[in-house]
Design a protein around this ligand. Structure first.
Ligand code: HGY
Ligand code: MN
Ligand code: MN
Length: 414
């Protein structure tokens, strides 16, 4: 990244880049409460300390850094919070999440360089397990904070090795008995603004460096388990097989067809063949369906079609199938007043920020159910995300920081 990212941002960005990076792929493996993610958490605390911002970890594992008005007696009411997340999908890109956290600190730096002081508290948040890559539920930190997921359910979530969230939190020095809704904390926040790399190329098509979020498509994850009978690949006749791979394959194709028919998106991005021998029929296949659509009716229709096709195929092949919904996010329409205020503040500084919907989920979407929330998007020239190839140009990242600083000045310094 060249210095056009902005001299104030470059060292900050570069200090985070090596953490959790896979030397082979160039992607990131920053999963909650692992070594790589804990290094990111140390980085967050250090960046805050360097800026004389008080840091805290809330009872759900989310990190917060606070820039307080001079006259504050540690009173946090009416706070404007910026932020995003530091965890990644497996082999994720550098920008999804971290760009929002780095830009939040950089926006504070910009205002301070101009001698501005906030009239209300300003927070930088890094929400834990946004991707759900380790424990399966996206936006876990903000869901717990808002009560969108119960503590009991969350404590029992397990990772691929069977380690529960409770155990992982204890290992990280946190007390899982404490997790759960935090209404006092939420009540102190007047607005949350998350800057994020766009996970599509709409802004590139419009020739705009930054945009403002309009809405988030409803979306969710479903876990399908097909159980058949393990057997020899070289001796079992086709007629004798109960192969769980077949209904799984039918489900993948049905997902593609149904998504096209309803105007949504459906993806099987994770599949585990058990036990996974090249020369054996599997005993079971576990697969995860990610489905999204512009509205809940179409999403429901899409998922119903996939599950019906999966069940039909399973029955036809003598395989049993079970399914459960791991997570669900309703349609989010971001707060209209806040959204318009952002657009107007940017327009007053000659920044034209188109308003656009997204199919990607965010903590801002979870928080939007409880408080005014908004998002800024930074142009992604290829639209690629959840991949090591994810990229934003340094000049656009700098434009994002400048836009976030304008928004912060508008919301917190007046
Ligand atoms: O999966 C998502 O939509 C987001 O990138 N966490
Ligand atoms: Mn993501
Ligand atoms: Mn993200």
């Amino acid at each position: 990244m060249t210095s056009t990212f902005g001299s104030w941002t470059l060292p900050l960005w570069q200090s985070l880049l090596p953490l959790g990076r896979d030397a082979q792929t160039g992607g990131y493996q920053r999963f909650s409460y692992t070594q790589a993610e804990s290094e990111c958490r140390v980085w967050f605390r250090q960046v805050a300390a360097d800026r004389n911002l008080r840091t805290e970890c809330d009872k759900n594992g989310n990190l917060w850094a606070w820039w307080l008005p001079d006259n504050s007696k540690r009173e946090l009411a009416g706070a404007i919070v910026l932020g995003s997340h530091l965890d990644s999908v497996p082999d994720g890109g550098a920008f999804d999440g971290p760009l929002g956290v780095v830009s939040a600190f950089a926006a504070i730096d910009l205002l301070r360089e101009r001698g501005l002081v906030p009239a209300r508290p300003v927070g930088v948040a890094a929400f834990v397990e946004e991707e759900g890559s380790r424990f399966g539920v996206a936006c876990l930190g903000s869901r717990l904070l808002t009560g969108a997921m119960t503590a009991e359910t969350a404590r029992e979530l397990t990772d691929a090795d069977g380690v529960s969230l409770a155990r992982a939190m204890r290992r990280a020095g946190l007390d899982p008995a404490q997790i759960g809704p935090d209404p006092e904390r939420l009540a102190r926040i007047a607005a949350y603004v998350e800057l994020h790399i766009e996970q599509g190329s709409a802004l590139a098509g419009m020739g705009a460096a930054v945009g403002v979020a309009e809405s988030i498509w409803p979306h969710g994850r479903w876990r399908l388990e097909f159980t058949g009978r393990a057997d020899h690949a070289g001796t079992t006749t086709l007629a004798d097989r109960r192969d769980p791979m077949l209904p799984y394959a039918a489900s993948v194709l049905a997902a593609r067809t149904a998504a096209a028919e309803v105007g949504g998106l459906a993806t099987f991005g994770k599949v585990v063949a058990v036990p996974g021998a090249a020369n054996a029929i599997c005993s079971a296949v576990h697969a995860w369906l990610d489905a999204r659509a512009p509205d809940e009716a179409r999403l429901g229709d899409l998922v119903e079609r996939v599950l019906a096709a999966a069940q039909d195929s399973a029955t036809g092949h003598g395989v049993t199938m079970s399914q459960r919904r791991d997570s669900f996010s309703q349609l989010v329409d971001f707060d209209l007043d806040l959204r318009d205020r952002l657009v107007r503040a940017l327009a007053a500084r000659k920044i034209v920020a188109p308003v656009l919907p997204t199919g990607a989920g965010h903590d801002a979407g979870v928080l939007a159910a409880r408080l005014p929330a908004a998002m800024l998007f930074v142009r992604n020239p290829t639209g690629v995300s959840h991949s090591p190839a994810e990229h934003a140009e340094p000049a656009d990242c700098a434009a994002g920081v400048a836009a976030l600083a304008i928004v912060l000045e508008e919301l917190a310094c007046r």
